[in-house]
Write a protein that binds this ligand. Structure first.
Ligand code: TRP
Length: 346
């Protein structure tokens, strides 16, 4: 090759892609909050970033789970990743317990995380209030396992909902503390919050987050709900006594529906206000229901196909875990060396 051509090629060598890591707990029955706040946005990242997404089944057992249910929910979460459009050729998709380095690094990081820091985590406080009969040590050290998830892959960005931002900030603190003692060990990650749809609220109490575990079925729209169910839930959504479709703090119910409608249609709030100018809430709710149901129909169909093909899901999980384990091993060996663990000589 001619020298000038070589130089030109060197100059156009692309800089390595930034790495993204995130995870979803397999606690079943994902809602449109999980879909719009997380998984749907991830599909837009798959070309520009190196993306790694994990089904965090080890986090799930910090609250009691039925084993059969957990097993099924783990495959379901993987199937939702795929059905939502994450291409397994472009993204690494895997199950946390398949890569032992997560638990191994979590132990080391436990020794670099302070009791006081963990006590201040709002999710820990909320969950211990909710599960007062089972405030186990895993619930307390949950954020350390999450830090291990992220730091093992030297992730630059961590897409999460606003409720997980505090955990990513703790991850940064742990990484900085470790790096101050053992330089150049971890990449410091940043939380990556989506623009809209970060926080989809309950349809029955729009001041609360839409939660997978809400006891009132009308409060949540599930990714796998059928069209009739979706429309019925939107028709029953709690709004206010006014009748103007307008975005504003004093109208949390309508604002939430506008956010959902905006996420599914790509229209902004001004366009939506204009579209429903002079029309009542009934028309608006119907339109939101239709937009949501239409967008989710292909996802549900693909999900059902995937759930019927266990062998395929297993092959995706296996390939994902092999690739993840390769990256994770490198970080873990470095950490083991730095803290002074002697090498295992076979
Ligand atoms: N704690 C996150 C949640 O409940 C799930 C999670 C576990 C996660 N490990 C992670 C998210 C690592 C991002 C990165 O939503």
């Amino acid at each position: 090759m001619k020298l000038w051509l070589k130089l030109m090629n060197q100059e156009t060598t692309p800089t390595p892609k930034k790495r993204i890591f995130s995870g979803v707990q397999p606690t079943g029955n994902l809602t449109i909050g999980n879909y719009l706040g997380a998984i749907k946005n991830w599909t837009a990242l798959q070309n520009d970033y190196e993306c790694i997404y994990c089904v965090v089944n080890q986090h799930a057992i910090t609250v009691r789970q039925d084993p059969a249910h957990l097993r099924r929910a783990t495959y379901e979460t993987l199937a939702v990743y795929l059905a939502a459009g994450l291409d397994p050729e472009k993204n690494t998709l895997f199950i946390q317990s398949h890569v032992p380095a997560h638990a191994e690094l979590a132990w080391v990081l436990n020794c670099y995380t302070m009791f006081g820091e963990l006590s201040r985590m709002t999710q820990f406080k909320d969950k211990s209030a909710k599960h007062a009969d089972n405030i186990n040590a895993g619930l307390f050290t949950y954020p350390v396992l999450m830090a291990a998830d992220i730091l093992l892959y030297q992730a630059n960005l961590v897409p999460v909902g606003i409720d997980q931002k505090q955990h990513v900030e703790l991850t940064r603190d742990i990484a900085n503390r470790f790096n101050a003692i053992f330089p150049d060990t971890f990449t410091i990650p940043e939380p990556y919050l989506p623009r809209t749809g970060t926080k989809i609220a309950s349809l029955q109490d729009p001041t609360k987050k839409m939660s997978k575990s809400d006891e009132n079925e009308n409060a949540t729209v599930r990714i796998l709900d059928d069209k009739d169910t979706i429309i019925r839930k939107f028709k029953r959504a709690v709004t206010d006594s006014d009748s103007v479709v307008r975005y504003g703090e004093e109208k949390p119910g309508i604002s939430n529906l506008m956010t959902i409608y905006s996420c599914f249609t790509g229209k902004d709030f001004a366009e939506i206000e204009k579209e429903f100018d002079g029309k009542g809430y009934g028309d608006f709710k119907m339109a939101v229901g239709e937009a949501c149901a239409d967008a989710l129909t292909p996802v549900r169909t693909r999900f059902q196909e995937l759930m019927a093909d266990k062998a395929y899901l297993e092959s995706i999980a296996k390939a994902g875990a092999e690739h993840a384990a390769y990256i994770a091993r490198k970080t873990l060996s470095k950490v083991y060396r730095k803290v002074g663990f002697v090498e295992f000589k076979a």
